[in-house]
Design a protein around this ligand. Structure first.
Ligand SMILES: Cc1cc2nc3c(=O)[nH]c(=O)nc-3n(C[C@H](O)[C@H](O)[C@H](O)COP(=O)(O)O)c2cc1C
Length: 303
């Protein structure tokens, strides 16, 4: 019998559902660890708290978690489930990866990451790759799940979900927020890939199989947005921490960031994307393919 550790944090339960369906087709011994921050993030979110989480998330600050207990010292595979927040691993996800006990467990152990995102996970996965590498873990697969609805519609619907706690169509007309029920159900197919690796005792091709499943697709417009937005978030994060020295000042800076983000997302990004699609994309096929090939892989290019 092989031992698998499934470790994650989920606010709404979406990621928990994904993970439990995913491992439902694995026959090995599975231990679940569900992590909770010492100070819980409220769900539904209060609007200000939602945007106020950005600076610490983007700067990958470590928050305190409730004590994590593992039954074993060593596992044959770790399945690490996480969600991106502001193009970075969520605060609880970063804290899990920086937790000393978990770092010991990651050491020299194969890891598969499972992401429950809206649609932007490329930058967060780069951070996760680095944190896994720092602990001498061995990333062998990455299985991202996203909301396939158009970017702006999914942004509106996810905000509705996060701020009301209701996974329902906003005004009855917007698409259902989050990852589709079908994708959540069919996560079990990825468990078969993992089980096959155990049966053949061969783990080098997990990621190849994940990509061959044709269920992971990087959207070119999202790739374009992500390659620029993280740098801007980092500048805002540092600025808010530097200038937000009193609660009142912090609040003012976060409000400024909130309006910046809404304008960037709903006004600037569509214009820039239009220009990109007309003048740049037709001549950048090779560069875009190369970038996507990298993000589809589990490799890490250190910047
Ligand atoms: C504060 C916050 C920021 C988020 N930022 C992103 C993001 O940058 N990219 C993305 O794809 N999803 C983002 N999401 C969506 C989450 O990744 C996730 O899909 C959603 O919160 C549901 O996860 P859960 O299983 O924890 O409930 C964000 C969610 C929250 C609460």
């Amino acid at each position: 019998m092989k031992y698998i550790l499934v470790i994650s944090y989920s606010q709404s339960g979406q990621l928990t559902d994904l993970l439990s369906n995913l491992v439902s087709t694995i026959k090995e011994e599975i231990e679940y660890v569900s992590v909770q921050p010492k100070t819980k993030f409220s769900f539904p979110w209060i609007s200000h708290e939602f945007f106020n989480a950005m600076p610490e998330t983007v700067l990958e600050k470590e928050i305190e978690l409730n004590a994590i207990e593992f039954k074993r010292d060593k596992y044959d595979l770790i399945i690490f489930g996480y969600q991106p927040w502001f193009l970075s691993p969520s605060l609880p996800a970063t804290a899990i990866l920086k937790n000393e006990a978990f770092k010991k467990i990651m050491n020299n152990t194969r890891i598969v990451t499972v992401i429950g995102a809206r649609n932007m996970w490329l930058n967060s996965q780069e951070s996760v790759k680095q944190l896994i590498k720092d602990a001498d873990g061995v990333l062998v697969g990455n299985i991202p799940f996203v909301d396939h609805n158009p970017n702006l519609l999914s942004a509106i619907s996810i905000l509705h979900w996060m701020l009301t706690g209701k996974k329902e169509r906003k005004y009855g007309i917007f698409p259902l927020p989050g990852i589709s029920d079908k994708d959540i159900l069919e996560a079990s197919l990825f468990g078969l890939i993992i089980q096959k690796s155990f049966d053949n005792n061969e783990f080098d091709h997990i990621q190849e199989q994940v990509i061959l499943s044709n269920r992971v697709n990087i959207n070119t417009n999202i790739l374009f947005i992500e390659s620029r937005a993280k740098k801007l978030f980092s500048i805002w994060a540092r600025q808010i921490i530097k200038k937000g020295t009193t609660p009142l000042k912090r609040k003012a800076w976060v409000v400024l960031f909130k309006y910046y983000l809404l304008i960037a997302l709903f006004i600037i990004a569509p214009i820039v994307l239009l220009v990109f699609n007309i003048f740049v994309r037709p001549f950048s096929h090779n560069r875009i393919t190369k970038k996507k090939t990298y993000f589809y892989s589990v490799e890490l290019i250190k910047k």
